[in-house]
Design a protein around this ligand. Structure first.
Ligand code: ATP
Length: 338
C-alpha cells in the first residue's frame, strides 16, 4: 500500500525479489521434502477451527509482555528491551529501572507489563460477534498436527517420518521492525518430524546438524551462523535451539528447532476426542509419536541473504558501485548476455 503511505509492517516483493524468494523455497522443498523418502508435503488452511488454537495453547499463552514508556507512550516488548540491554552491556538488567526507552531516551519510566495476545483475529460470516471469531494461523505447524491421521493414512508413512509445509503465518507483533526481519504477515517453511518416544533427542541433534549444513552449503560464511540453545523452554518443548545469523544489527534468529514431545498430538486428541496415534504393527501397539520441529522464516532468510550479499566495490576510476554477490543457487538471474 505504498501509494497510500504504506504500512510499517508489510512489504511487497518485486519481480526479482519474488524470484529470489521462490529460489529459497525451492532449495528447502527440494532438499527436505522431494528428495527424501521419509518426508511428505502438505498445504493446510490459514484459518482453522478456533478449537485448534485452544488445544495448542495459543489462545491461553501466545502472549508477549508489553510495557509503555511513561514519557513518550511508545509501547514495546519487555523481553526485547531486556534482551537488547544484555546484548549491549554483557549482563542481565536488574530491573526495568535500568532500561532506557529506545524512542525518547527516558530511563526507567515504564508501566507494569501487560500481556498482549499475538493472535490475529478475523470474523467469519455476516455478523462480527464472538461466534464468528477466528484466528489467522500464527504458525503453519498446527495445520500439520491436525492432519496427522490423514497424512499417515494417505501416504502410509511410519515413524520416523516428517511432514513439511510452506505458507503464510500472521502475528500481531507489537514492535515490527528491522525491515522484513519482524513483520505481522510472513512466510514460514516448517517441518514436523515424528519419531518413537525416547528417540527425540537423537533426532533433535540430527536436525540441528542437517539444518545448519543446509545454511552453510549456500556459502554465506560458516562463521556467520551460531546456535543459541534455550534455557527457558516453551510449555511444549523439552529441548530448543535457534540458528542465528550475523545480521548488521547483531546475531539474530533465522530458524528455530524444537523438540515438541507428544504435546501437540496429545492435546489435539484430548480436545477433538479423536484418537491421534500411530499403530505399530511390529509391536502391536498404539503410541503417540514425539515430534521435532524445524521452522524458518522465508522473509528472514531473504533478509540474511541480502545483508550478506550487499557489497560496495571501488572502481579503478575512483568511483564506487554497489554489487550484490548473491549465492548462486538463490540468485534470480544466473547468467546474462548484455
Ligand atoms: P522471535 O523470538 O524473533 O519473535 P520466535 O521465536 O517467536 O521469533 P518461532 O515461533 O520459532 O519464532 O518462528 C520460527 C521462525 O519464523 C523464526 O525463526 C523466524 O524466522 C520466523 N518468524 C517468526 N516471527 C516472525 C515475524 N514476526 N516476522 C518474520 N519472521 C518471523
Amino acid at each position: 500500500g505504498e501509494i497510500y503511505g504504506g504500512s510499517r509492517s508489510a512489504w511487497d516483493y518485486g519481480p526479482l525479489g519474488v524470484e529470489l524468494k521462490e529460489n529459497i523455497r525451492q532449495q528447502w522443498w527440494q532438499r527436505f521434502v522431494r528428495s527424501r523418502a521419509d518426508m511428505v508435503g502438505l498445504d493446510s488452511s490459514v484459518i482453522l477451527p478456533r478449537a485448534v488454537w485452544e488445544a495448542s495453547g495459543h489462545v491461553a499463552t501466545f502472549t508477549d509482555p508489553l510495557v509503555e514508556c511513561l514519557s513518550c507512550h511508545k509501547r514495546l516488548r519487555q523481553d526485547h528491551l531486556l534482551e537488547n540491554f544484555e546484548a549491549k552491556k554483557g549482563r542481565p538488567a536488574e530491573g526495568m529501572e535500568e532500561i532506557a526507552c529506545p524512542n525518547c531516551g527516558t530511563r526507567g519510566e515504564w508501566t507494569e507489563p501487560q500481556n498482549f495476545s499475538g493472535l490475529m483475529k478475523t470474523y467469519l460470516g455476516p455478523v462480527d460477534n464472538e461466534e464468528g471469531l477466528h484466528f489467522l494461523r500464527p504458525e503453519t505447524a498446527q495445520g500439520i498436527f491436525v492432519n496427522f491421521n490423514n497424512v499417515v493414512t494417505a501416504s502410509r508413512k511410519r515413524p520416523p517420518f516428517g511432514i513439511g509445509q510452506i505458507g503464510k503465518s500472521f502475528r500481531n507483533e507489537i514492535t515490527p521492525g528491522n525491515f522484513i526481519f519482524r513483520t505481522r504477515e510472513f512466510e514460514q517453511m516448517e517441518m514436523q518430524f515424528f519419531c518413537q518416544p525416547g528417540t527425540e533427542m537423537k533426532w533433535f541433534e540430527y536436525w540441528k546438524k542437517h539444518r545448519l549444513a543446509w545454511h552453510e552449503a549456500l556459502g554465506m560464511g560458516d562463521d556467520n551462523y551460531r546456535f543459541h540453545d534455550h534455557e527457558k523452554l516453551a510449555h511444549y518443548a523439552n529441548a530448543a535451539t535457534d540458528i542465528e545469523f550475523r545480521m548488521p544489527f547483531g546475531f539474530k534468529e533465522v530458524e528455530g528447532i524444537h523438540s515438541r514431545t507428544d504435546f501437540d498430538l496429545s492435546q489435539h486428541e484430548k480436545f477433538s476426542g479423536r484418537q491421534i496415534k500411530y499403530f505399530d504393527p511390529e509391536r502391536n501397539e498404539n503410541y503417540t509419536p514425539y515430534d521435532v520441529e524445524t521452522s524458518i522464516g522465508v522473509d528472514r532468510m531473504f533478509l540474511s541473504v541480502m545483508c550478506h550479499s550487499y557489497t560496495e566495490e571501488e572502481l579503478e576510476n575512483g568511483s564506487s558501485r554497489v554489487v550484490l554477490k548473491l549465492p548462486e543457487p538463490l540468485a534470480p538471474v544466473k547468467c546474462a548476455v548484455l
